[in-house]
Design a protein around this ligand. Structure first.
Ligand SMILES: [Zn+2]
Length: 281
């Protein structure tokens, strides 16, 4: 499932190739892809141009110029946004296509498992002087956001009795972190994810936040993490960060720091990966 670095790679691609272009025609090929906004998307977009693509956490949106609306894109488990020449054959799981009036490449939404969607939403004022889609107002800023409040995050984390990994995945506390980067940041910070937030010192909470940023910035530089060929950038290329992972997906293999076998345990319908020696209970 795409996390912040993967969505940011896609955002940069869409921003580069679609911003400023006038939409000519929208076709929704699968009702679930546009949820309840099928008619809106197909009728509301033509004639508008996309303004700069924005992102918060794992949410991506394309504001429409001269409008208070935007197109919110949820990649879900397997969604892809691809720029393709109009004459390129339809992908097997093509769900929606947006053609522009300049006959350049079109923007395609491809989604094998149909958990993703593209939908219209209103832009409302955020907590600073920007605007944000109404449906993601409750999402906290992400650690790469210049307005992210480090002190607030550290205090909140240290006031909660929940496990620290659960807190990293709480999108109301900090957005954009999923299972992969939570496990990697915890390993880098030598913290066991089961430790309650209240038992994490201020220094270690700050260290953990620093490691979250570090791992995400490194993943971004590698084009993100592709595990199953479903995550690709707008040109259909995979990311290479999976080669740099220290614990995620490495059950039984030696820890890169101490050589102990990496362990995997069940966690919230998924898994947690950690080094039992470096990340003591
Ligand atoms: Zn270790």
């Amino acid at each position: 499932m795409p996390e912040l670095p993967e969505v940011e790679v896609v955002r940069r691609g869409v921003d580069r190739w679609a911003t400023g272009r006038v939409i000519a025609h929208v076709e929704v090929l699968h009702p679930r892809a546009a949820r309840r906004s099928e008619i809106d998307v197909a009728t509301a977009l033509p004639g508008h141009a996309f303004a700069c693509a924005s992102r918060r956490g794992k949410y991506l949106w394309l504001p429409l110029d001269a409008s208070d609306c935007c197109l919110v894109v949820h990649l879900g488990m397997s969604g892809q946004l691809l720029m393709q020449p109009a004459e390129h054959a339809s992908e097997r799981h093509l769900r929606a296509r947006i053609a522009f009036d300049d006959s350049g490449p079109e923007l395609r939404f491809v989604d094998q498992r149909t958990f993703g969607s593209v939908m219209l939403d209103a832009l409302v004022p955020d907590d600073a002087d920007g605007r944000i889609p109404r449906q993601i107002q409750h999402i906290a800023r992400d650690p790469l956001d210049p307005l992210f409040d480090d002190e607030r995050f550290i205090s909140c984390l240290r006031s909660r009795s929940s496990e620290v990994k659960r807190l990293l995945l709480d999108q109301a506390l900090v957005s954009g972190i999923g299972n992969i980067y939570a496990d990697e940041a915890l390993w880098r910070a030598r913290l066991r994810g089961t430790r309650p937030g209240v038992e994490v010192s201020r220094r270690r909470a700050a260290e953990l936040l620093g490691q979250v940023r570090e791992v995400m910035i490194q993943a971004l530089a590698q084009g993100g993490t592709s595990f199953d060929s479903l995550y690709v950038n707008v040109n259909g290329e995979s990311g290479y960060f999976s080669r740099e992972l220290h614990v995620y997906g490495r059950e039984g293999q030696p820890c890169h720091r101490c050589g102990s076998p990496v362990r995997r345990v069940a966690f919230m319908n998924r898994s947690s990966h950690f080094c039992p020696v470096c990340q003591r209970r």
